[in-house]
Design a protein around this ligand. Sequence first.
Ligand SMILES: *[C@@H]1O[C@H](CO)[C@@H](O)[C@H](O)[C@H]1NC(C)=O
Length: 215
Amino acid sequence: MASYLLSLGFFIAICPIALASDPSPLQDFCVADPTGPVLVNGFACKDPKMAQASDFFFSGLHMPGNTSNPVGSKVNPVNVAQIPGLNTLGISLARIDFAPWGINPPHTHPRATEILTVIEGSLEVGFITSNPDNRLITKVLRKGDVFVFPVNLVHFQRNTGHGNAVAIAALSSQNPGVITIANAVFGSKPAIANDLLAKSFQTDTKTIDWIQSKF
Ligand SMILES: *[C@@H]1O[C@H](CO)[C@@H](O)[C@H](O)[C@H]1NC(C)=O
């Protein structure tokens, strides 16, 4: 046992550790003080004696998001930016509204696994496994169905119904982050060289210029 622990300790000491969710808190709570001058992993804590119910509260998730945009969906996040009391707690959520045939385009959350519940309408959802398989795991969900998107994997949703669709997503980070693939690849500032992208996507620079102009 002792030697096992010793070798485990050695393993931990020499290997960089990647955590798939936020680290555990070491106190009851650490309400974010976004104005704090200290840069830490998360936000500095407000004096706990000054914590109020409002630090742990958000209102308005019953309101539909405005889906009048090119993708036909709207994400309303509720993370540490909206609820400072979520700081260090490793959890957050979002409401996602979809117009008929609206999509939440392929994206990843660098710091969170997502568990999504359809509360209205129906959604086609999917995620893609890592290289080399790049297997698409996909399903059509109806009201009340729940689906998991493992941390970091590229995933998407699309409203396949005729009416609106609504989902609530819970995420295993106070600050899950989002990388929308199209925006990152075609909308970076400054832009990635068009000939590099043309070779990556096995197309020509004119096509890349046209796509880049959309972002
Ligand atoms: C929804 O967004 C569109 C496009 O930005 C805007 O024209 C419209 O006024 C918005 N609707 C509401 C109800 O806010």
